[in-house]
Design a protein around this ligand. Sequence first.
Ligand SMILES: [Zn+2]
Ligand SMILES: [Zn+2]
Length: 275
Amino acid sequence: MSTTEQALFGCPAPFLDEAPVSWICRLALSQASTPEEITKLLGLGGKRDLDVKFSRLSMDWVSDLCGLDRGCFAASHAVLTSYDRVYRQAPEMLLSMEGVPRFRYCPVCLGGQLTAYFPVQWKFATWSYCPAHGCFMENHCERCLAPLVLPRDLGEIVANNREYLSLRNCGRCGNDMSKREPCLVAEFIPMLADWEQMLMTNGRASISAFYHGYLTIKGWRGKRNIKEVLKLRDKGALHFHGYRLDADVVRRRQQTPRAVNTFRSISHPMVRTDL
Ligand SMILES: [Zn+2]
Ligand SMILES: [Zn+2]
């Protein structure tokens, strides 16, 4: 087994489900460097989603370079390599704004992390709510409305002449985003159409499918190729282009309750994934 000479020291280990780009931000801070310099060192760049690009690297090479245990990227790598198999046909499964990859967040998760980080599932449009805390994903900073865009330099002075050094703080105004009141799914169930609740369940199952590298469908026998996620998408059983469900959307509905009657309907029968 060949090893790469360790080039960086004192590198933070990634959290089990951490998105690589989140780890890159924390790594850059630990090295008094910038995410741009780190991505250059790793040979990453270009317009393609940085997390997807990272998943194409040898994880052993990255681990050795940073003096980390091999296998420390296993979970996020499993999700991203499976997703990469459908990435070209389904780029809309990743969140973006004007072509820039972005994340959503669960304020309760963010508040409970000793070191703030963004899990890989937070970058998927299909991941509309946090199953651990039963709340819809938040789309932006409550104070300044800035979207969550990575990479960003955690050592940068962003507001009030301060650097905030943590992904818990907004990259534009420094606001502690974990302080946001969670938007609980249970309170909004009456405002959700049945097919939307199906999309929420299936969206969550899709991340599990990417992690395992296959999917199973309730009522159908056996494991199915991960590319069948595309068939589910085409049947309207997964998140589809132009549709969004998150805390902003349901809060708006609360203000205009009748909007529930104006949702588009889906003529195809739903297929529930069961993973
Ligand atoms: Zn959560
Ligand atoms: Zn802000």
